[in-house]
Write a protein that binds this ligand. Structure first.
Ligand code: PEP
Ligand code: MN
Length: 265
């Protein structure tokens, strides 16, 4: 598999890719204010936000849809952050491209479905856009690799995997999604060139585990972190319990020990 290093599409040198932003876009003000505060945190290169939210049960907040893409465009223009959004089908991917989103991501509930992944791969064929692929909800390394291959076969080589943990099918867990680090390590062993970003927010599900999960990911040599941040987490319409304010995110990042990077300047 031909995979481009992160520093050919977003980072400089070997620094970790830091991604932050709300679980979901709710209002223009919430998106822009969160982005403003995040843009003031050194080291964050990519602003995330869900626009179409895959919810387990109906009648919960399913995202603001296409209008959110124009808010992300404003984020890019005003705050010098690149943007990333979750796409679950070809239509989402086409709209994201039309609105100038910089990076697409495929969520855990989409990675499980080869039809959806293939349809996204077909929609972006011939476009030079990076794609991040979250692990499927349940432990199935082959399914994760299969999604990566489908996107790669579509001509995309700017690819990163996102490790967001696995649903604790039985036995309960202190984590919302069990990290099962060995699965991410196995992926790295099989695809050594593939960057892996850790998503401590969806692994933890609550604030007090995020720092230790993020540190563990860095210690394992993962290539970046995706962390949810909202200006008013208590009022968030999705994942309220795991979102940090930008101020708390800054504090958390300052407490992490980052691996030394090798400068090639
Ligand atoms: C998200 O990133 O907000 C999300 C829905 O994550 P996942 O696909 O990992 O559940
Ligand atoms: Mn979320």
């Amino acid at each position: 598999m031909n995979i481009a290093p992160l520093n050919t599409w977003i980072t400089k040198n070997n620094e970790p890719l830091l991604i932050a932003g709300p679980c979901g876009a709710e209002t223009r003000e919430q998106v822009l204010e969160t982005a403003k505060q995040i843009s003031e945190i050194p080291g964050i290169q990519l602003f995330r936000s869900g626009i179409w939210k895959p919810r387990t049960r109906p009648n919960s907040f399913e995202g603001v849809g296409e209008q959110g893409l124009s808010w992300l465009k404003e984020v890019k223009e005003k705050y010098n952050l690149k943007t990333t959004v979750e796409v679950a089908n070809a239509h989402h991917a086409e709209l994201a491209l039309k609105h100038g989103v910089d990076v697409l991501w495929i969520g855990a509930r989409t990675t499980v479905n080869p039809f959806s992944v293939q349809e996204i791969a077909d929609a972006i064929k011939g476009v030079d856009i990076p794609v991040m692929i979250k692990n499927p909800i349940h432990v199935d390394l082959q399914l994760w690799i299969g999604a990566i291959e489908r996107i790669n076969n579509g001509g995309i080589n700017k690819i990163a995997a996102v490790h967001r943990g696995f649903h604790p099918a039985s036995g309960g867990s202190k984590y919302r999604n069990k990290p099962m680090w060995e699965i991410a390590i196995e992926l790295k062993t099989l695809l050594p060139d593939l960057p892996i970003i850790c998503d401590p927010s969806h692994i933890s599900g609550k604030l007090d585990l995020i720092q230790q999960v993020a540190q563990k990911a860095l210690n394992l040599g993962m290539n970046g972190l995706m962390i949810e941040s909202h200006i008013n987490p208590e009022k968030a319409l999705s994942d309220a319990e795991q979102q940090l304010t930008p101020a708390d995110l800054k504090d958390l990042l300052s407490k992490l020990t980052f691996p030394k990077t090798i400068s090639t300047d």
